[in-house]
Design a protein around this ligand. Sequence first.
Ligand SMILES: Nc1ncnc2c1ncn2[C@@H]1O[C@H](COP(=O)(O)OP(=O)(O)OP(=O)(O)O)[C@@H](O)[C@H]1O
Length: 595
Amino acid sequence: MKKQTEKKHGLWAIMKPVMFEIRMAILLASLGAISLIVTLILLSLTLTSIMQETPMEILGIKFNLFNTIILLAIMTVIAFLSRFYAFVVSHLGAFRLEQILRTKLSQHLADVPLGYIISNGSGTLKKVMQNDVRALHAFVADSTPMIAKSIIAPTITLIALLIIDYRLALASITVLILGWIAMAYAMRDSKVLREKYEQSQSNINKAVIEFAQAMPVVRTFDDGTSSFKRYNDSLLAYKENLSNWMKISAISAKLGMIILSPLPTLLAVLLTGTILLNNDSLELFALISALFLSTGMADAMMPVMWLQNFIKKSQASALRIQEVLDIPSLPISKEPKTPKNFDIEFKNVSFKYDNIENYALKNINLRVPNGSVTALVGPSGAGKSTVAKLIPRFWDVNSGEINIGEVNIKEISPQVLMDTVSFVFQDTFLFQDTIYNNIKMANSKASKEDVINAARAAQIHEFIKTLPNGYDTMAGDRGANLSGGQKQRITIARAILRDTPIVVLDEATAFADPENEEEIVKALANLTVNKTVIMIAHRLSTIKDADQIVVFDQGEIAEIGKHDELLENKNVYKKLWNNYEKASQWNLEKGKSHE
Ligand SMILES: Nc1ncnc2c1ncn2[C@@H]1O[C@H](COP(=O)(O)OP(=O)(O)OP(=O)(O)O)[C@@H](O)[C@H]1O
């Protein structure tokens, strides 16, 4: 079973769609390598003919100057063309694989529960989609010709050497084996050392990112000593790991490199050849061709090591890509149903996050009638956001069911569910595009007038008009040049344009200043008119008029009712309200003392 999984997840499994290109590239590069070997043999024949002053003859071809030049020219053309086309084919394959993998990954991620992406962080997925896919591109583009150079060429050379003279072949192999032993000794602990080295390198990256991201905090609270110390410490650890590695492997690695350079092989072949020549047991042609060919064998050794390393790194990238492709998709009903209305009902719903032992929600029973406003309140971590995120199926429940218009949301097609529920998050995301397109993305069929009307209703139109390019102003990287409240109103405009019958609002006014809050409240009022609304709010004053307030405590519903009823109950809500009033009072007094 394990073998099967490994097989499925292997580097070559992921390369399957471009196997034709890979094989062609290896074949063409091998042809190039073979023509080089033939060229070397031709040169040896010519040189021997010149030295012996009689042209050698093989397969009826006399190796005089004219014939040799023609054959060399043919071989050179074959070598050039096959290498050129190996390069073209391997790069075409690499681009095709990159495109196939990116499409596959993005299509799969569109089917994966959104909650998975939230829980695992989009950063990790971004790395897989960019770095790992690029690593496999490099593998197909660069390693396939290298396979010919480092595996096929030396094998054919060895065979040729063995045919020419097995004793000279043995002499050159002995040197290469010695070089390999020295290199293997240098690499003896390389796995552990490399891991340490990579860890310290990643610690430096983390420290640099932390240092840059935390700059506002550093400038406010830290004189730089503690944050800079972390960066400095990671640099020192990196230096120590690197010098340790060097100390352990430097001498044997250098020795290995010297032995594997062509010179020692040449010397060994020359020495053996001269002795054999003196004993009259070797022909001059055999020595000359062995001298030419054996350098090629030594030259191939370094690419072999490089290739080994490349394969290991690419294998790790392939595994990470496969892991993303293996994330289970959100199950989709084969016979989807359409909701009869927009009532929402939670029936005995329990839910736990994969990585957490405790249930985030326990046995929730809740009815949100069509067209009503339901507020979710409760202490931090009580489960309010989880309830909200289960409605658009960010995750599926562990037990129980959630129905919209009497249909289990698992039986509603994802497109219909998306057209039914919209979500206004605390963390607004704007694309690096114009403000116009950032709003219009909610509804591709919307006209310019629709977009402007939505912006008006979201109380952001007047502000957009003051921008240098109006609606054509770029929203900037993650909307960096807009305030939090302005970004939020742009996302509300999006939701207004989408016009779904159910709206889920998560802490929409949490970070707004009083001026922005007033506009956001107006914008939300326009968004939620005639809609089924579920709203999470810490500012209890904004939900006093809600049709029902659901109070959560430790993943369970503690109370349900209207504001006044809940205050009379003198239970969790009453406590929350008292705390809220105290905090508001405190803010007011603080405000006064500042006047
Ligand atoms: N993505 C997640 N992965 C694992 N656990 C989570 C995740 N999101 C929330 N939790 C846990 O689930 C429980 C409920 O969290 P939830 O965010 O729903 O609470 P909340 O009432 O909305 O809190 P807050 O008011 O602070 O936003 C908490 O214990 C929280 O730690």
